[in-house]
Design a protein around this ligand. Structure first.
Ligand code: GDP
Ligand code: MN
Length: 398
């Protein structure tokens, strides 16, 4: 789960990281009020979306008076911000963060990630802040400093000082840098984060170390024990198909194709997507209905996949071990009876209670295309989808 910049800053500041003074705003008037409340003569108005690259996309504006703040706020609020990280559809801007400007001496990149090779939290930092880490590793790979943290001892002072030294931090700022690094590490570890990124972390002209931007991502599987974090979820920033699925306990990832997939098991779901591609089609989603799926759960999955306007055919692929083919078949029939579908439905069942399952499908009298193997299922799905598209085109022409 991702959170907003202002939320990440609030968390990090509780762990000792210095952040600029700032306030949240939902309207241009409120944005101007926030600035007046803070005082000063220069402010930054920042669109709060779950994506980086806002600066280059018009989502970060430097302002010097009320009018500039209100103009900047009006240009952002209620609009979709498209950055290189949002995809072409962009992300809606409903909240703004207004911050007091900071006198920047230099910008640093600081990231904490989970390194699966060493099975440790890894610090990735660079003296070249402001740029995205992908650009830094392409243009200035030599500027990147890496360090892994021993979970038994945590981030040690000497290790933090070494990083500060490698980044060229002046002695006057070293202590502040050590506090910042240790604070980020503790926030990461104590809150089950999977990523903390501060880009840029700046050294000010008066030698303070301040986080000008902040991003945090949390492990979804640990949210049950981090209610304070779970509360920060903002569904307006998520793919609506995925939020809907997550609320119903289904593991779903939306894609751009048109063949909807309903599968049990993450591995089989991946294999199904690959086989559809091999057959010349494009999957519309990843969906794992899990083990022991009841007919109701299958019907729910069906409704979810169908609600995606891009879906033009649905492939159900079940290799039942814990699952029961008869329950899956019942679910499919239930969903189709409830709401007849104007698209090809292909079902491949294998494993536990397969005969009963096939019988339910056959006796339903519904126009379900059946397949025995995964390859056959994928081939038939793509063929049926193509035939259906051809018919639709002809009908439109008439
Ligand atoms: P991102 O583009 O989504 O990563 O948004 P950032 O929060 O990183 O802002 C983009 C850029 O705006 C930063 O790299 C800074 O150069 C600039 N910026 C942000 N806050 C301030 C500030 O307080 N003072 C100044 N001078 N520039 C700022
Ligand atoms: Mn940034």
């Amino acid at each position: 789960m991702d959170i907003h910049e202002y939320q990440a800053k609030e968390i990090l500041s509780e762990f000792g990281v210095t952040v600029p003074a700032g306030g949240l705003a939902y309207s241009p008037e409120q944005a101007a009020y926030r600035a007046r409340e803070m005082g000063g003569d220069k402010w930054i108005v920042k669109a709060q979306v779950h994506a980086g690259g806002r600066g280059k996309a018009g989502g970060v504006k430097v302002c010097c008076d009320d009018n500039e703040i209100m103009d900047a706020a009006s240009s952002m609020l209620g609009k979709k911000l498209v950055t290189h990280q949002t995809g072409p559809e962009g992300k809606g801007v409903y909240r703004l963060y207004v911050e007091a400007a900071v006198p920047i001496e230099r910008e640093i990149y600081l990231g904490f990630v989970l390194d699966r090779t060493s099975q440790r939290i890894m610090i990735v930092a660079s003296s070249e802040g402001g740029m995205e880490i992908e650009e830094i590793s392409a243009d200035r790979p030599d500027s990147i400093v890496r360090a892994t943290i021993d979970p038994a001892g945590g981030l040690a002072d000497f290790q933090a000082r070494e990083i500060a030294f490698k980044l060229g931090i002046e002695p006057a700022s070293t202590q502040h840098m050590v506090r910042t690094l240790k604070g980020c590490y503790r926030a990461f570890r104590d809150l089950d984060a999977t990523m903390v990124e501060i880009n840029p972390l700046v050294v000010t002209t008066d030698n303070r170390i301040i986080a000008l931007d902040a991003k945090m991502t949390f492990d979804d599987n640990a949210l049950f024990r981090r209610s304070n974090v779970a509360e920060l979820r903002d569904k307006s920033q998520e793919d609506p198909r995925e939020s809907h699925a997550a609320d119903r306990g289904l593991s779903y990832v939306g894609l751009d194709g048109n063949i909807g997939c309903i599968v049990n098991g993450a591995g089989l779901a991946m294999a199904t997507m690959d086989t559809i591609k091999l057959a010349g089609g494009e999957p519309a989603n990843f969906l794992d209905i899990g083990g022991g799926a009841t007919p109701e759960r299958v019907a729910k999955a069906f409704r979810l996949v169908k609600s995606d306007a891009k879906v033009e055919a649905i492939l159900v692929n079940i290799f039942a071990g814990i699952n029961r083919c008869d329950w899956v078949a019942e679910g499919v029939v239930q969903a189709l009876r409830e709401e007849p579908m104007d698209m090809p439905i292909i079902v491949r069942l294998s494993g536990t209670n397969v005969e009963e399952g096939q019988k339910i499908l056959a006796e339903s009298g519904l126009p379900i295309i059946r397949a025995a193997t995964l390859k056959e299922a994928a081939d038939r799905s793509v063929a049926a989808w193509k035939a259906d598209q051809a018919t639709n085109t002809k009908l439109k022409a008439v």
